[in-house]
Design a protein around this ligand. Structure first.
Ligand code: SAM
Length: 283
């Protein structure tokens, strides 16, 4: 069994390896977002079958995912070459994908998952965020609210599923949960902190959307289910000058490093959206 992702933009972001797995499989089970992506998967392999009929608003999501896993495993147990296809990366927040691989392996069947382009990969490219510079923290929004943890506000943060925070049945998102999330963020960063509601383009002909807003306006903005929240840092960790000396940096280099730190997040808005150039600069 092979589990693959289409990337956020099917075709443009689907690897050649994933495409050939889809085309060559005896059975293809897919959960792909856009109608275009669904048609494309079906055009690659006429035996493709959608997993979306398993969604039922009255059922707990974990039960729905369990039924999907059983459907995927049916062909594997019958000795077929099965390819399960999900949108984005199957490795990110796709419970059924991870579980299908684990169950298949536990029953002795060979199963692999191929890497793919996730919504966060698109965000990093579109917003020009390099996780190698100040790190990156990435949380699922409901988990972030349910399990309070120390947050380093000098590290940029991505929150997944802000548009469906608190949802555990599929479509039961409440404004109350978004208010709870906003309150946690306001405690950490302050109500005026500027954040980005980001939507990666799902079609090559569309542009990504990056809307800047203050945290206090997050509930009112009512993010959609296909949104990531990017929270820029609100402080810059100072350079440890003794460590810099120990590592052999000369004082002039250390000063220029400190200077570069200050400007790191200032121009993100201008890079993403020409209309943002006049907006408030980041701290
Ligand atoms: C169940 S997760 C699936 C993530 C997917 N496997 C991936 O690799 O991006 C769904 C969440 O991914 C994010 N997401 C999905 N599509 C997106 C898009 N086009 N732009 C921004 N975020 C997106 C949203 O946070 C959404 O609630």
């Amino acid at each position: 069994m092979v589990v693959v992702g289409t990337g956020i933009q099917a075709i443009a972001q689907t690897t050649i390896g994933a495409q050939s797995c889809i085309a060559e499989a005896d059975e293809v089970l897919y959960l792909a977002g856009e109608p275009f992506a669904r048609h494309w998967v079906a055009s690659l392999n006429p035996r493709a079958e959608s997993l979306s009929p398993f969604y039922d608003g009255n059922r707990h999501l974990l039960l729905t995912y369990g039924l999907m896993v059983e459907r995927i495993l049916r062909g594997v147990r019958a000795g077929l070459r099965v390819c399960a296809v999900f949108y984005g990366s199957p490795a990110v927040l796709v419970h059924a994908a991870r579980e299908a691989v684990a169950v298949a392996r536990s029953e002795g069947y060979p199963a692999i998952m191929l890497p793919a382009v996730s919504a966060e990969d698109c965000l990093l490219a579109d917003l020009g965020i390099d996780p190698g510079r100040r790190g990156l923290q990435s949380y699922e929004a409901t988990d972030f609210v349910l399990r309070p943890r120390p947050v380093d506000t000098s590290v940029p943060m991505v929150l997944w599923q802000v548009g469906v925070v608190g949802d555990h049945r599929g479509g039961t998102y409440t404004q109350d949960a978004l208010s709870a999330l906003t309150a946690v963020l306001v405690d950490l960063y302050g109500a005026e902190h500027q954040v980005v509601l980001y939507q990666a383009a799902t079609l090559a002909v569309c542009d990504p959307i990056a809307d800047w807003l203050a945290l206090r306006d997050l509930v009112q903005a009512a993010p959609s289910s296909s949104t990531l929240l990017f929270v820029p840092p609100n402080l810059e960790p100072p350079i440890d000058r003794a460590m810099a000396e120990r590592l052999g940096f000369d004082p002039a280099e250390v000063s220029s490093l400190a200077e570069a730190s200050v400007s790191l997040y200032r121009d993100i808005g201008a890079r993403v959206d020409p209309g943002a150039a006049g907006r408030q600069p980041l701290p």
